[in-house]
Structures are given as C-alpha cells and as structure tokens.
Design a protein around this ligand. Sequence first.
Ligand SMILES: *[C@@H]1O[C@H](CO)[C@@H](O)[C@H](O)[C@H]1NC(C)=O
Ligand SMILES: *[C@@H]1O[C@H](CO)[C@@H](O)[C@H](O)[C@H]1NC(C)=O
Ligand SMILES: *[C@@H]1O[C@H](CO)[C@@H](O)[C@H](O)[C@H]1NC(C)=O
Ligand SMILES: *[C@@H]1O[C@H](CO)[C@@H](O)[C@H](O)[C@H]1NC(C)=O
Length: 366
Amino acid sequence: MATSGLIIRLFSLLCIIPVRCCAKSCRPTNDAALFVFGDSLFDVGNNNYLTSKIPFQANRFPYGQTFFNYPSGRYTDGRTIVDFVAEYANLPLALPYLHPAYRQWLDGANFASGGSGALCETGQGQVIDLKTQLDYFKNFTKLLRKRIGEEKAKGLISKAVYLISIGSNDYVERVVVNSSAFSSYSRDQYVDLVMGNLTTVIEEIHNEGGRKYGFLGLGPIGCVPQMKMLADGTCCCHENEASVLAKLHNKALSWILRKLQKQLKGFKYSLANFYDSLTDLINNPIQYGFKEGGVACCGSGPYRGMLACGGILGRTSYELCRNSSEYVFFDSVHPTDRANQFFAQQMWIGHPHVAAPYNLKSLFKA
Ligand SMILES: *[C@@H]1O[C@H](CO)[C@@H](O)[C@H](O)[C@H]1NC(C)=O
Ligand SMILES: *[C@@H]1O[C@H](CO)[C@@H](O)[C@H](O)[C@H]1NC(C)=O
Ligand SMILES: *[C@@H]1O[C@H](CO)[C@@H](O)[C@H](O)[C@H]1NC(C)=O
Ligand SMILES: *[C@@H]1O[C@H](CO)[C@@H](O)[C@H](O)[C@H]1NC(C)=O
C-alpha cells in the first residue's frame, strides 16, 4: 500500500535513525509508555489494515492535509488528541499497532479503531471492537515479556498510561441504526451495558498490570454536524437523544471510576470533561481563535453533516473549506488538528473542572 511506504519514510525522517532505534534511544527509558484504546478520535490508522466490505477508513485526501501531507488513516486534517499527548509526554508519534512496520515496543501501542464501540454489535464486521483491542494488548504484553524479560515488562506496564475513548459509536448506533438487538432496552439499561463492557476491559488491563488511566468523556454527540443534520436543526442539540445518552454515560463513567479507585489496587485516573470543552468551542469559536464551530470543513449537505469527506464510505461528492484551521470540525464528526490540540492541552494541564482528579501531566509523572 502506498500509504505505508510514506509513513515509514516520514518516521525515518523524524527519527533520522530507524524506528526500532528511535524507541530505544530517542527517549530516556524512565518515561512512561502510552497505550491507546478506542474509536476514531484516537485511531492513528489501524482501520487501514481492515479488509471489510465497506471499510471505514480515513485513507484519502483531504484527511491528513495539514500536518502529515498525506492521509495516514487519522480521522482529521492533521493530528489526533493522542498524537499531541504523545508529544507532551516526550514520546514519538505512534504507528498504528497493525502497521507492518510497528516496532515501538517500549513506547506503547495504539489499538484504537474508527467506528468501534464497547458493544460487539457496534460497527460489527467493519471495526476492531474494544474487546478485540484488549486481545491485541494481551498478546502484546506476552510478547513484551519475552522480549525484555518479566521484570522490565512489569515495570513498563505499571508505569504506562492507558488512554481510552469509547462509547460515542454505541449511542450513535442506538439512535441512528436502532438495530433489534437492544431496542427493548431502556436508556439506563443500555448505558449499563456499555459501562459493564468498559469496566471489564479496565479490570482486565489492570489484571495485566496497568495502573494509570486517562478517559475522554463523551462529547455532546447530538451537536456534531452529522447529528444536527440528521435531527434537522441546531436549536436543541443538547436535548437530542444522542446528547442525552452521552450525558447519562458521562455520569455513570464518573461514578464507576470513583468506585474502581476504591476497588482496584493502585488504580489512578484522569477523566476529561470533553462534553463541556467541545460545547464551549462549538458555541464560542471566535473566543478560541476559530471562525466556525457549527459547520464542518469537509462533507456534504446541511452543516456539511453528511460523512462524505474524501469519498469516505463510498460517498464521492463533498465540499472542502479553504482553511481547516478556522474550523472546530474537520469532517461531519471529527475535530480538526487545531481543535484536537486544544483538547489535548486541556487534558494535559487542565484544572479539575476539565480533567480530574489528575490531569494527564501529573498522571504521567505519578
Ligand atoms: C460486551 O457486550 C457484548 C454485547 O454486545 C457481549 O457479547 C460481549 O461479550 C461483552 N463483553 C465484553 C468484554 O466486551
Ligand atoms: C493473540 O494470539 C493468539 C495466539 O497466538 C492468536 O490466536 C490470536 O488471534 C491473537 N489475537 C489477536 C487479536 O491478535
Ligand atoms: C428503537 O426501535 C424500537 C422498536 O423497534 C422503538 O420502540 C424505540 O423507540 C427506538 N429507539 C430509538 C432511540 O429510536
Ligand atoms: C488559516 O487559519 C489560521 C487560523 O485562523 C491562520 O493562522 C492561518 O494563517 C490560515 N492559513 C491560511 C493559508 O490562510
């Protein structure tokens, strides 16, 4: 695939020396590694290696146009939130775990997959669901122990930070697809189902030795261009079913994390209030140096809410804005590089109302 060649070249340029060496010598070994699980907000290109029929892949221009100058598989014009976090943590940019040239064992791994959810039914057959991402991680830890030895592996795993962004697609699935599997479940029952699966994954990572977790809460899902288009209006995006579910999820997540902190040995976490941060950008773009908070840079239809950017999902016709850095949303769902930088900064040094009880900077140091 042409993309892979480009990625390898870019990484060679960034590190001057090959990637393997980069992992060992470009970084003081006492820095914490970074493991990433979740959906398209965190995917750095794993979906490029899926072979489903209608793959959900951000592998065409204009994806990647601002920072990488090629479509790396990230669902944005440039970097994702986790790319910025890696930078702040002195880690190199991550190759997706499924990339054939992935060698960054000591720096961690990114297993995230666009379109995935905590439920297996979400995007079934087209994504790597959270449980499969966990399976990849378990295989990773086995191999790591073989490579660097039991003792060192244990140290790396317990010192590492585990970032997770999951849930949005489960609720979009419920609101938009409403497949029969869970249609009889109440809102609360459905949220419990999602939380149950997420909790299992956290416990299993903890079982493997993971201690420090960073969670991106859910955004105002009903207020992104795609959902505004489907709901036909901006007036009530916070009361829209998708946002209501996101708020219920965030409440439940915050409660469960406090509970896990008491139950799991050494468990520390940072929960980012993505709902308020994104709402703030959507409502006050000018205040943060953006021009447009409500319409996507790339897409078609009202608010450019139809997910068609770059011909994604086989939809070939779309409009593209002149300067994506003026926009909060790059495509109908995903923030721009510039907005992602804003969120990553908030998560990194944020005060307790945006990232609590730890921010990521103190979590990496802890
Ligand atoms: C998660 O939920 C699904 C239902 O979609 C279930 O089949 C699966 O086994 C659950 N558990 C985990 C850990 O994902
Ligand atoms: C993990 O390793 C086992 C044994 O090698 C293999 O069967 C399985 O497919 C792997 N899982 C993933 C998700 O790669
Ligand atoms: C999903 O479909 C069921 C019937 O199949 C319906 O009762 C329910 O209201 C629908 N849920 C949503 C969120 O539209
Ligand atoms: C695009 O917008 C950003 C933010 O307003 C600005 O800094 C940059 O100069 C603009 N780029 C071009 C090519 O106009």
